[in-house]
Design a protein around this ligand. Sequence first.
Ligand code: FES
Length: 330
Amino acid sequence: MNSSKTEQEALTHLELVLRQVRREAIGINSYELVAPDQKDLPPFTAGAHIDVHIAPGVIRQYSLCNDPSERHRYVIAVLRDETGRGGSRGMHDDLRVPDKLKVSIPRNNFPLSEQPRKTLLIAGGIGITPLKSMIHALEAQAKNYELHYCSKSAEYAAFQQELKQAAKTGNIHCHFDGGNPQKGLDIAALLREPQTETHVYYCGPGGFMEACKQASTHWPAGTIHCEHFKAPAKPIPIDTEHAADEYTVELAKSGQRVTVSRDQNLAEVLQQAGAALETSCQAGLCGTCKCRYLSGDVDHQDFILDDDERRDFLTPCVSHANGGTLVLDL
Ligand code: FES
């Protein structure tokens, strides 16, 4: 590793100590991370996540679920996924107090909006984690909110008691479906009538995300917010009429020009060209590779940027240009 990369990592990463592991529900552990010298950690806002370096080459994103006003610790919660790529099994099986863990500084792709009259939070299973930090923040500001927490049963729902104890200005509703979503929360009914000055935040597994998306298409622009744990099963369609097989990328700072074909990974091409670009999820979910572009026709394939951000930024781990020249602020 060259020195500039080491210096860059020192600014963007932390080495923390695992102080506590707690079983929160069936298959869900929480992990409390602190600085080795007990000093304050970089602040975070509700909805933020960190990248956790679980093993060499195994980096996963986990939402911070503790109160954002806490500076002495980060708390994440991890659902053991037997069919996943192994990150959650590594967290559950291999970590012991007081192991050291490399993590990124917090990054927020799922922030709370400042002004809504009411906030409607909808969690599916482990999707409670970013919404829990939002509840702490909303309670601290005495804001009006409602949480609908969907799970198979009480035994599978993490943080129920903590949430109920925290809730003073908001309302918490738990919905247990016994494993059959048809018997749980009627998401379509909940979102049928858009509510005035209300913003909706949802997070959970694939089927739940799709149900929330379908149920909220008629809400006013900018009032619906979500965070995916995994890239949705249905990828974003490529506009084949406009997408060329090849395009040119220009790095504005060096003037370097590179030809990129659509079947290459743009982030990797940029790294090979020497651009200072980090990646993590490689799926358009975490924002690590987000970079500014100065001109070009971008085919955005990420799941995190909103329309405003897409005017200036792209995530090259999944996105491309539709043709012509893409000028990056790199
Ligand atoms: S590496 Fe995560 S969005 Fe690109």
